[in-house]
Design a protein around this ligand. Sequence first.
Ligand code: FAD
Length: 489
Amino acid sequence: MDTSKPAEHFDVLIVGAGLSGIGAGYHLQQKCPDKRFVILEGRDCIGGTWDLFRYPGIRSDSDMFTLGYSFKPWTDPKAIADGPSILNYVRETAAENGIDKKIRYRHQVKRASWSTQDARWTIEAERSSGEGASDVVRFTCNFLLSCSGYYRYTDGYRPEFAGDSDFKGQIVHPQKWPQSLDYAGKRVVVIGSGATAVTLVPAMAEKASHVTMLQRSPSYVVARPAQDQLAITLRRKFGDKVAYHVIRWRNVLLGMFFFQFARKRPERFKRMVLGGVRMALGPDYDIAHFNPRYNPWDQRLCLVPDGDLFKSLREKRASMVTGEIDRFTDGGIRLKDGSELKADIIVTATGLVLQLMGGVEVSVDGSKVDLAKTMNYKGMMYSDIPNLVSVFGYTNASWTLKCDLTCEYVCRLLNYMDQQGYRQCMPHNIDPTIEQLPALEFSSGYVQRALPTLPKQGSKRPWRLYQNYAFDIVALRLGKVDDGVMKYS
Ligand SMILES: Cc1cc2nc3c(=O)[nH]c(=O)nc-3n(C[C@H](O)[C@H](O)[C@H](O)COP(=O)(O)OP(=O)(O)OC[C@H]3O[C@@H](n4cnc5c(N)ncnc54)[C@H](O)[C@@H]3O)c2cc1C
């Protein structure tokens, strides 16, 4: 590390130039125009998720009226949008607002160390040349804003399968999709039951000879029109901005209504979802493949635009198998019931590895912080860690809804601290009646695997995560920043 040069200093340092990092840059520019900020991005481009994932059919699984930013209307007719269109939207936002000029690419942040005496973070990043060489550079900042997403970028989750080296075909993980993969006319087995699997199956079925979706257990799958007709009509009559905000609010309210309905009346909601599947697939189809053991919203629902998955099942270009894998064989996969699925290509759509803060090692005054021992404040800060916010989206609604609110809150916090002459803010719990609860109430594999490493949530506000946009508007946009829990100095 070159320590001869003084570290460059910024008021705010943002980690990550994905959807959140670009949104954070916009909010800072608008509401804290005097703050000098920089964005450190580990990769060599903008976009994060929407650039990384390149598998066939890659798309959003929530609507773009709520996944889009509050400040930039989504104008594409497709409400469930493909990955490249979302990437283009993020890039356009960055370019239109000059945020792209604030990004330092190929800067992978490794360490963040807080000094109370200096009221500053020192950030160490590995800067790579793109040709194999790298060095370590240092920055300092007063406030650290982590927009590094929620999963590990280097590799996805791939369980061990017995006999996988025996398989003579190709094994592919969606997080590292080989662009040269030719699956035309091939037999494909997609292992998985989540959003990625239900996206891949109809997309690959267009060219493959057959695609089998192999799941250990089913998920709830709901069809939804890819285009929003009301949005198109409103746009024509009232323009992009009005249409965007009306549809955004309609979708937020509908989303909250259906979520509450699912939690309060799980059996009725389940019947409704299964009724939709029955209608799409006909009376003879075995809908056990769509009947999970868990209640709706114990895991995320899978959305299929225009029922594309159902269409490929009806046309027999794809099929569903629910069963447990015994082992891979040279020609495919043997299941525990003794049956065998023949395959030329196996896609392991087995998920992500959840990772907080992009793997950055955090220390406060020389002591390394174990985030699992902290408590999450308002779904964005950690107990006893000063001047650090992590942007994290909802589990039951679009990510950007929370991202926008979090960034607005950070701006309020920074402006408040400036007005009062404070240099440090830190959430600290003094209420002994607060119980610690798991970070997320979600039974999905990727959440369960990560729970021991995640910060806890508390049993009461402001430590409790309600996953509710309306509550958060009140708490983050209107609530006091000096709430007695945040300690300023
Ligand atoms: C396939 C897929 C589909 C999804 N669909 C939806 C959807 O429809 N609706 C929804 O609400 N959510 C969806 N999500 C969740 C999605 O990740 C978010 O919606 C959103 O893209 C998150 O944006 P982000 O900028 O916070 O994180 P990311 O998109 O993950 O971007 C993080 C950025 O930070 C950089 N970074 C990370 N660590 C470091 C570090 N240490 N140093 C420097 N840079 C770092 C990364 O390189 C990346 O560029 C989806 C996720 C996936 C994987």
